[in-house]
Design a binder for this molecule. Structure first.
Ligand code: EPU
Length: 340
């Protein structure tokens, strides 16, 4: 299939912070074979490019001097089942939440804790999306991606993805090298509700559900999210804007001396994860704005565009928040979204 290119194409409809910026060149990709053909035709040679999913983890800083390829590849398919699991292959362009809802309808639970996360299926492994006690790497089996240098279709198994907290090889060594075209999930047949996140367990108790179904789990997750997180269609945002910092046990103990109420979450490696939202709130940023950009009133970790913001406005607030958190706690927050 021939690829249609658009010049100076506006990206604001394709990023959930609704930041303005034109791509010098833009095209939509609907199949892996289209992308392979495009690479092999040489039309991407010596060209900067950026692979765009749902745009929900993206900071458009201005005009983008590159070719933007928006992944729109559809498809959902059960490719295998064994005694332990269903294996479901999904096109990179499918909407994440719609896919989660569909798996439950099909009777293949396992992704319900990740309901309502904005974005596409192809973007999910890139930053190893996670919420309410589950990371997508725990349900990931493999993925296929096109090597944008050679046009080869490459398969990545779990180990090859080097998953970490909001991290994978696609944010590190392989950044801008591959376009993910499909993802295969492994959904365990012996399903159990995953209630290790305290707030979710509390929600189930409040609903008097001791042995909830996957559907009931999904409904509870959606209710919690809707209470705390702004709907990007109403208030443009990119979900959590900073990663939760992971620090040494010693540094954590030191901070706790002066901040006894600071939440801390011990990690398997002995380090401590802190709640960036708490740190930001303590610096007075919860519900506070500078110009059109602020930190959300119900969740200080979510940066919001109250209307008309540019990437420059966002970066100004990011710098101010980071400066305040460094000054008060000595911690340098790391951004979650990718900047283009
Ligand atoms: N907190 C505050 N003030 C705030 C926000 C949070 O004090 O304004 C404290 C509270 O003590 C709370 C703790 O932070 O108990 C944790 O807050 P929350 O449960 O809302 O989770 P989070 O750590 O802020 C993470 C993910 C979210 C995910 C939730 C639920 C990151 C960066 N964020 O947020 O992911 O939905 O847990 O699992 O890891 C995303 O990445 O876009 C995202 C929304």
């Amino acid at each position: 299939m021939a690829t249609v290119f658009h010049q100076d194409f506006p990206l604001d409809p394709f990023n959930t912070l609704r930041l303005p910026g034109n791509a010098r060149r833009y095209a939509e990709i609907v199949s892996a074979s289209q992308l392979i053909q495009l690479v092999r035709s040489g039309k991407l040679a010596n060209e900067r490019f950026f692979v765009l999913g749902g745009g929900s983890n993206l900071l458009v800083s201005g005009d983008v001097d590159a070719t933007v390829l928006r992944m729109c590849i559809p498809g959902r398919e059960l490719i295998a089942s064994d005694d332990d699991a269903h294996y479901v292959r999904v096109g990179a362009g499918e909407n994440w939440h719609d896919f989660v809802v569909w798996t439950l309808e099909m009777g293949w639970p396992g992704l319900e804790n990740l309901a309502l996360i904005p974005g596409t299926v192809g973007a999910a492994p890139v930053q190893n999306i996670g919420a309410y006690g589950l990371e997508v790497c725990e349900r990931f089996y493999s993925l296929e991606a096109v090597d944008l240098r050679s046009g080869a279709l490459v398969s990545f198994d779990h180990a090859a993805c080097c998953f970490g907290y909001r991290d994978s090889i696609f944010k590190q060594d392989a950044a801008n090298r591959f376009a993910i075209t499909s993802v295969t999930f492994r959904l365990p047949k012996r399903w159990q509700p995953l209630l290790r996140y305290v707030e979710l367990a509390r929600e189930m108790a409040a609903r008097a559900l001791i042995t909830p179904s996957a559907q009931q789990m999904m409904e509870a997750v959606m209710a919690i999210r809707q209470r705390k997180l702004p709907d990007p269609d109403v208030i443009p945002n990119a979900g959590s804007f900073f990663k939760n910092p992971v620090i040494s046990a010693e540094q954590c103990a030191e901070l706790k001396k002066f901040n006894p109420d600071m939440p801390n979450f011990p990690q398997p490696d002995g380090k401590e994860k802190l709640a960036a939202g708490w740190l930001i709130e303590k610096c007075g940023w919860k519900g506070h704005s500078e110009g059109p950009v602020g930190m959300y009133e119900h969740q200080a970790l979510v940066l919001v565009n109250h209307g008309g913001a540019t990437g420059v406005d966002v970066l100004r607030v990011v710098a101010a928040v980071r400066r305040d958190v460094v000054e008060r706690f000595g911690i340098a927050l790391e951004m979650e979204p990718v900047v283009i």
